[in-house]
Design a protein around this ligand. Structure first.
Ligand SMILES: [Zn+2]
Length: 375
């Protein structure tokens, strides 16, 4: 087993509660895992060495919310929105049509391209949802292809009701045959609990069916207005409730008292001109917060977690460290993982070297490509 020393790091962010940030640091990795962290002066001998070049090292980003299995582009909708038209959930149906028409090769190539973009910006773990198929065969296909790219696959048959199917009929399908066919390829089940998509009662039914089929629960809620979907997520023990742009005090209390992570997706507010969620309020209440891209062709076509970090600091009240933590440790919590999102002994050695002496530059130098190398 070869041990590789990464040294000459001006700063290393570990997220170890005892020592979350080490200056003049080094790290040893072995077999893909972190085997030692500390000050460079104390580093043990190793077989190979990577010179950190005086850079900052951080854990790779954990992007816990994306919709990469799609075809097509909706730049015209974005342009219309920026000219004053409101965002509505219906645009999803357009991507559904284009996704159904695409070949497996086209879908895989598009998702692979986006993952390469993510990787170049420091993301080392990505969750991928289905939800642009909305028939049994198309949803199974999306998850089967997504499985080739990540272990974190999410069945989102309940994205919207497709054209030509009644609401009741479709919910029955999602909870029944579609779930049964998709479950072998999915780790999670998700619901778009929102006006124009699925009601709280329907969401409860769908999530409960998924949990009974052995999947973990995640929920889209609070994107367009306050909804009981946030409390439903906490009540069902969902790993994460995503968006949380609009929250009542009761929602914040419920999140603070439960184990559900609040995943904030500021790329959506950026791309829809909605107000940003108040991350400060959540952190102050003791809620675990994650930041993710929500990369999708409609409401947030960014693959950039650094952009989300910059927005969270500038617009959502987080400090630079809290935003970095949300995009790494928070994302890991949203996927119920403790082997990623941190650089402590035993964790996966997913390390990002920044062309910067400190992680603060992620928000301090927005829009600048700061990722030097991903290990
Ligand atoms: Zn989403």
């Amino acid at each position: 087993m070869t041990a590789t020393l990464v040294d000459n790091l001006a700063q290393l962010v570990t997220h170890d509660p005892e020592r979350p940030i080490i200056t003049n640091a080094a790290l040893v990795m072995q077999n893909g895992l972190v085997s030692w962290v500390g000050e460079a002066a104390d580093a043990p001998a190793a077989d190979d060495r990577i010179d950190g070049g005086g850079r900052a090292g951080i854990p790779g980003f954990v992007d816990s919310h994306s919709h990469l299995m799609f075809a097509g582009d909706r730049a015209d909708e974005f342009e219309a929105r920026m000219a004053g038209q409101p965002y509505a959930a219906g645009g999803i149906r357009r991507t559904v049509r284009l996704t159904r028409e695409a070949s497996d090769e086209q879908l895989l190539a598009n998702a692979t391209r986006l993952i390469a973009e993510m990787r170049a910006q420091g993301t080392t773990t990505v969750e991928i949802k289905s939800g642009y198929g909305l028939t049994i065969d198309d949803e199974v296909r999306a998850l089967r292809l997504a499985r080739q790219l990540t272990d974190e696959t999410t069945f989102l048959g309940a994205h919207v009701v497709p054209e030509g199917v009644s609401h009741e009929e479709y919910v029955d399908l999602v909870c029944g045959e579609m779930l049964e066919a998709c479950a072998p390829y999915a780790k999670w089940i998700d619901v778009f609990c929102e006006t124009g998509a699925f009601t709280v009662d329907e969401s409860r039914r769908i999530l409960t069916a998924g949990i009974d089929a052995g999947l973990g629960a995640r929920v889209h809620a609070g994107q367009l207005g306050e909804s009981d979907g946030v409390r439903l997520a906490v009540e069902l023990g969902a790993a994460s409730v995503d968006h949380c742009t609009y929250l009542s005090s009761a929602d914040v209390d419920a999140l603070a008292g439960g184990s559900t992570v609040a995943t904030l997706l500021p790329g959506v507010e950026f791309s829809t001109r909605h107000p940003y969620p108040d991350a400060r309020r959540l952190v102050d209440a003791g809620v675990t917060v994650a930041l993710a891209s929500d990369c999708n062709p409609g409401s947030s076509y960014t693959s950039s977690v650094p952009l989300c970090i910059a927005l969270a600091v500038r617009e959502m009240g987080l400090t630079p460290y809290e935003a970095l933590r949300a995009a790494t440790l928070g994302g890991a919590a949203a996927l119920r993982r403790d082997d990623i999102g941190r650089l402590t002994v035993g964790a996966r050695a997913d390390i990002v070297l920044l062309d910067a002496p400190t992680y603060v530059h992620l928000a301090y130098r927005p829009g600048v490509p700061l990722v030097h190398r991903v290990l």
